[in-house]
Design a binder for this molecule. Structure first.
Ligand code: HEM
Length: 399
């Protein structure tokens, strides 16, 4: 037995989980937590293998610890599906995520970043997360989905509220729940407007999905119903808003702590894409991903029984010295062959290329205007959740 303790709710551990994750990898690669009734895998190889083995490690009972349970089956979001259902949805929505469609967003991402950062040009200090990073991803997804421009700001506020964390109740609270209902109702209405007046909208994702067909349970081709359309759109907001915001918050803190590497990025912006990969590896925005064990399985000689919850610590995998030499060192020149920060296997992040684009352009535009900054002492705040990790506030001084 081991005296190591880790859980995803402990806010002290969450501030710097890396020393404990290192011990888990070395001393308890198949860690058991009785208090919250879960297992955790922390080594890169084990996480990679488990992610590929969806017949054993299932997503159908939820992937966020406090929401996982025997009764979770049946969600209409593909992140909570296994094959063959997942395969069908994924191949359908991948059609709306073509490289061509993503490339069309480049200019919009740059415009959003430029406008926000220009608005901050006169300030000596600002909050890089709230004044900038929190706003970019939801505006971009709104555009991708087909939310008309003048409705985007209201939805951005609703989406932001969907991630409200209650000090007592965590992610499951009334404020977040009501915001989710408002976004749901709005999207339902938007789908109807797309159907009734298709000419009012451009070539957006809702339009593509309305016109797509899948093979139904009876083997016949059918269109997605309204709930499926709304659930998929909602998933994009949930999966793609908070994560990108955390990536950018981490960038602000890590680059301030490594000013010589930041200066290299200013001098040569072609280094930025690799710096984004290194940031993703070094500080994973979504470091804990849950799975439900469908049949007894043995990992590293330890038996995990069917019906268990297993947390895949992808954030720990990024610091695994067996894969990333000197893994605790941040190095924008690191040769990163692969990482699992976007997940691995069939659930590999659908928005990875969009996230990379947003990260790259946000940093390009930031460094152009603010080549140097420091983090203001006392002006950082972490948002603690059991799945997404990072800052809700990063006050920076740019003078
Ligand atoms: C830095 C930003 C991001 C990170 C770190 C991230 C991370 C992840 C991870 C770890 C998964 C796999 C979850 C699992 O296996 O249970 C995932 C899946 C997913 N992500 Fe992302 N994500 C990011 C941005 C985005 C964006 C911008 C979008 C949408 C525009 C998006 C949409 C999705 C979707 C739809 C899935 C589910 C895919 C499936 O189930 O097949 N993500 N993401």
């Amino acid at each position: 037995m081991t005296d190591i303790y880790w859980d995803p709710y402990d806010t002290v551990i969450d501030t710097d989980p890396y020393p404990i994750w290192k011990r888990l990898r070395e001393e308890a690669p198949v860690y058991r937590n009785d208090k919250f009734d879960f297992w955790a895998l922390s080594r890169f190889d084990d996480i990679e293998k488990a992610s590929k083995d969806t017949a054993t490690f299932s997503s159908t009972h939820g992937t966020v610890l406090e929401m996982m349970g025997p009764g979770m089956i049946g969600s209409n979001q593909m992140i909570f599906m296994d094959p063959p259902e997942h395969t069908m949805y994924r191949s359908l929505v991948s059609r709306a995520f073509t490289p061509r469609r993503m490339a069309l967003l480049d200019d919009y991402v740059r415009d959003v970043c430029a406008e926000l950062l220009d608005g901050l040009a006169d300030r000596d200090e600002f909050d890089y997360v709230q004044d900038f990073a929190a706003q970019v991803p939801s505006m971009v997804i709104s555009r991708l989905v087909g939310v008309p421009e003048k409705e985007r700001e209201e939805q951005r506020v609703n989406i932001d509220t969907m991630f409200h964390i209650d000090p007592e109740q965590g992610m499951v609270n009334d404020i977040a729940f009501m915001a989710r209902i408002r976004v749901h109702e709005y999207l339902m209405d938007l789908v109807q407007r797309h159907k009734n007046n298709p000419d009012d909208f451009g070539d957006d994702m809702i339009k593509v999905l309305i016109n797509a067909e899948i093979t139904g349970d009876d083997g016949e081709l059918r269109s997605l119903d309204d709930d499926e359309l709304v659930q998929f759109t909602l998933l994009l907001y949930v999966a793609g808003t908070e994560t990108v915001m955390r990536l950018l918050g981490n960038a602000a803190v890590v680059l301030a702590a490594n000013p010589e590497q930041r200066a290299e990025l200013v001098a040569d912006p072609s280094l930025i894409p690799n710096a984004i990969e290194e940031l993703l590896r070094f500080e994973a925005p979504s470091p804990v991903n849950g799975r439900w064990v469908l049949k007894d399985v043995e990992v590293q000689g330890t038996k995990i029984p069917a019906g268990s919850k297993v947390l895949l610590l992808t954030g720990s995998a990024g610091r695994d010295n067996d894969v990333f030499p000197d893994a605790d060192r941040f190095d924008i020149h690191r040769d990163i062959k692969k990482h699992v920060t976007f997940g691995y296997g069939i659930h590999f992040c659908l928005g990875a290329s969009l996230a990379r684009t947003e990260g790259r352009i946000a940093l390009e535009e930031t460094l152009k205007r603010f080549p140097e900054w420091s983090v203001v002492p006392g002006k950082t705040h972490r948002q603690h959740t059991s799945t997404v990790r990072g800052y809700s506030e990063v006050g920076i001084s740019v003078r």
